[in-house]
Ligand binder design. Structure first.
Ligand SMILES: [Zn+2]
Length: 374
């Protein structure tokens, strides 16, 4: 056999081996089922497709954990995982449904609202595929670190320009960004179907308040912030004051009226809910970060961010040299608590929401995330 054929065959074999290894990694990520368990006080687990039958049997369908109190009252919807590369929102939602005890009203928690986006990573970002936490029994629980957008396996190809139902034009890839697709379309793309299901759920159940949990780059201006629809502004302002009094710094941003597709705009406009969105800083997401791995997503310790903090380029306090996930999850849970309290101060006596058992900010810093996982 000619020497060139032998080298050709060797190259082909190498490509096949690399392809098989990468293919297995893609396959495993796509089919991995996260360790999310219903908390002791979860009264029902519903599926999102109950609010849009077009999601039934698709990767867009996802669990809704219902915590219904013995006393009648108001209702709250918490969304985690709108952007699965922002893990504090996902983990805060999981800790909420696994720990909270609702005594009045109902809390609905959807930890993985863009389920498809959990099944892959953003290309060329070097993101970790999974995050691991050890619970009090010493068991390791594994969760996805996903992508900002729906998996292209489920929605392809992207248009050159994504035109929102309002007529707003965005870059084509935003067609797979759930937080640009609200209020959604019942029989639209998989991302639009998910958005429609949330809008329809809020309208069908008459949900009083909705909180969407996010993270953003430490160098992004809307950080350690709450964005509120104008009808929710009084509740948000009251909650922010409470948080500041507890030494949790939180800025307040009005939802831009002409920026369409986002929860804090469209759920406020197309439903009667009070729509809020919270952001905390995620060092594994920013442009100025250094080496990216699971440790960065969990601890935020990064010499590059320390340099950038000293240069005044960050919007989070990086003086300790890190920004760990317990701090970010703690901020989200403290925010949920503060906004429930603020909501109760304006809601009718028969629409109160009373929740116990949410770990406090100080408890989160002290005990860390795994401590509160079942
Ligand atoms: Zn986000």
């Amino acid at each position: 056999m000619k020497k060139s054929y032998i080298s050709g065959l060797c190259l082909l074999l190498c490509a096949a081996v690399i392809g098989a290894i990468a293919g297995k990694s893609f396959y495993d990520k796509r089919h991995f089922v996260e360790d999310i368990f219903p908390g002791d006080h979860v009264t029902e687990v519903m599926m999102l497709s109950e609010f849009n039958p077009n999601l039934e049997g698709t990767i867009g369908d996802t669990e809704i954990y219902v915590l219904k109190g013995e006393a009648e009252g108001g209702s709250l919807l918490v969304l985690g995982g709108t952007h699965p590369n922002e893990p504090a929102g996902h983990m805060a939602a999981i800790l909420l449904e696994e720990n909270a005890l609702v005594t009045a009203g109902t809390v609905y928690v959807i930890p993985s609202i863009n389920h498809s986006a959990f099944t892959h990573n953003d290309a060329l970002e070097g993101s970790p595929q999974y995050l691991h936490f050890t619970n009090q029994s010493g068991e390791v629980r594994t969760f996805h670190y996903g992508s900002r957008a729906t998996n292209p396996i489920d929605q392809w190809p992207d248009p050159n320009i994504y035109t929102h139902t309002s007529g707003q034009g965005l870059s084509g890839s935003e067609t797979r960004n759930l937080n640009r697709c609200y209020p959604g379309i019942a029989d639209g793309t998989i991302t639009e179907r998910v958005a429609y299901a949330v809008t329809n759920m809020i309208n069908t159940l008459g949900i009083d308040m909705e909180i969407d949990l996010h993270e953003s780059s430490p160098e992004y201006a809307v950080n350690n912030a709450t964005v509120a629809h104008e009808r929710a502004m009084a509740i948000a302002a009251d909650g922010v004051l409470d948080l500041e009094l507890s030494d949790i710094s939180m800025s307040l941003e009005p939802s831009p009226v002409s920026l369409h597709g986002l929860t804090h705009r469209e759920l406020g406009d197309f439903t009667n809910t009070y729509a809020l969105l919270m952001e905390t800083g995620n060092p594994s997401q920013g442009r100025l970060r250094g080496y990216t791995d699971e440790a960065l997503a969990l601890t935020g310790a990064d010499p590059c961010y320390v340099i950038n903090y000293d240069l005044g380029l960050l919007y989070v306090d990086y003086s300790s040299g890190d920004f760990p996930i317990e701090l970010r999850v703690g901020r989200h849970l403290a925010g949920i608590n503060a906004y429930i309290d603020a909501y109760n101060r304006v809601a009718d006596a028969n629409r109160q929401i009373v929740v116990e058992g949410i770990p406090s900010y100080d408890e989160m810093l002290e005990n860390k995330v795994g401590y509160y996982l079942k």
